[in-house]
Design a binder for this molecule. Structure first.
Ligand code: M6R
Length: 365
């Protein structure tokens, strides 16, 4: 049932404040602010120094964000691969202590095969999954649930932000286990995560502006998404969302790669969506944006209030979120990207919930 919404995708976008809150609740005791591994399972990160993450599509991009979280918060080195490569790469996984998988459906063929490979190599396995009765959940040593509820739209939205929430909380738990995060820092970080639902709700206020922008975006044939650090996986996710449902060719790049090729594409027919909260990478991203502006590229800047004040660039349009703790930016900044893809597709009249050639769950290679 779509309720008042025109599509499941839109309904699922709007469910995010609630479901990311639920998901956080299984990783954090909300009365004490302390992190935990859900459902009393045992997973101690104390001796985990290296992790291998693998997943497909949007799950992979959640995992890519997870790498930044785990490396920063817990000093655990993370290898990451798309599952279709991991399963065949025959990595010896020498010093890997834990294999981590991310899947909404829990049935994706390549992710399942990767899980089985890791197990055959004698590794401990943990999976962030949305469907608790799924094969991947059943076969994993530790199940890390996202509580997104059923996701019907083929383009993943609420499952993604719940995956980010789960990974962010778990990385804090890992940091505590490894003595990287002090009890005080743990409290401050979980308090920051608890602001997630409110920040996502704030992002909804941009919808009117995004709808107008989407009308213009729908007239282009290509789009480029740029981001750095925590916003790099988001740039890839924004591009994936747009191409999946609007069929506009979109590419996501680490902003620092601009000079190494994609800048050749920039002219007035190339909209460039820049994801840049005012974090430690902001200045660097702004200088990439200036390079785009100098070549006539049409910029849509997604930033926060601090970034909007600091980023002296003639952006075609600026979408401004509230200032927020860095750990939350992937979650909140995902929302305008989802809404931009959604409204662009609606303008183009494509089948938003069931885009051509795609299946919700890819159970064959
Ligand atoms: O069910 P999974 O999370 O394992 O699915 C992985 C991908 O197939 C999925 O994320 C896909 O990329 C989505 N259509 C993205 O919106």
């Amino acid at each position: 049932d779509k309720g008042n919404h025109r599509h499941f995708m839109q309904k699922e976008i709007y469910e995010q404040p609630e479901v990311i809150g639920h998901t956080l609740g299984s990783f954090v005791d909300m009365t004490t602010g302390r992190t935990r591994v859900p459902n009393g399972q045992s997973l101690d990160f104390k001796d985990i120094k290296r992790m291998a993450i693998s997943a497909c599509g949007t799950g992979y991009l959640a995992g890519l964000t997870g790498r930044y979280y785990f490396e920063r918060h817990a000093r655990i080195a993370c290898d990451i691969d798309v599952a279709s490569e991991f399963r065949y790469r025959e990595s010896p996984l020498g010093d890997v202590d834990l294999a981590l998988f991310v899947s909404q459906s829990g049935e994706t063929a390549d992710t399942l095969a990767s899980l089985r490979y890791a197990k055959s190599m004698g590794l401990k396995t943990a999976s962030v999954v949305n469907v608790q009765e799924s094969t991947i959940a059943r076969e994993s040593d530790v199940v890390l649930p996202t509580l997104a509820g059923p996701e019907i739209g083929v383009a993943s939205t609420k499952a993604f932000t719940c995956q980010l929430m789960a990974l962010a909380a778990l990385s804090i738990r890992a940091g505590v286990d490894r003595g990287v995060i002090s009890p005080d820092e743990e409290l401050a970080m979980t308090r920051a995560l608890a602001e997630g639902p409110r920040m996502v709700a704030e992002a909804f206020k941009l919808e009117g502006q995004i709808e107008i922008l989407a009308r213009e975006l729908a007239t282009y044939r290509h789009a480029l998404y740029l981001g750095r650090g925590l916003s790099y996986p988001l740039a890839l996710e924004g591009a994936l969302k747009l191409k999946e449902i609007s069929y506009i060719h979109a590419e996501g790049y680490a902003a620092g790669e601009l000079k190494h090729g994609p800048i050749a594409l920039i002219d007035e027919t190339m909209p460039v969506i820049v994801v840049a909260p005012h974090d430690r990478m902001f200045e660097k991203t702004v200088s990439n944006m200036q390079e785009v502006a100098a070549r006539g590229g049409r910029i849509i800047l997604i930033t926060d209030e601090k970034g909007a004040r600091a980023g002296a660039v003639s952006a075609m349009e600026t979408l401004i979120l509230p200032d927020m703790p860095e750990i939350l930016t992937p979650i909140a900044f995902a929302v305008p990207l989802q809404m931009l893809a959604y409204h662009t597709a609606v303008h183009m009249g494509t089948d938003v919930d069931q885009p051509r050639n795609l299946a919700k769950s890819v159970t064959v290679e």
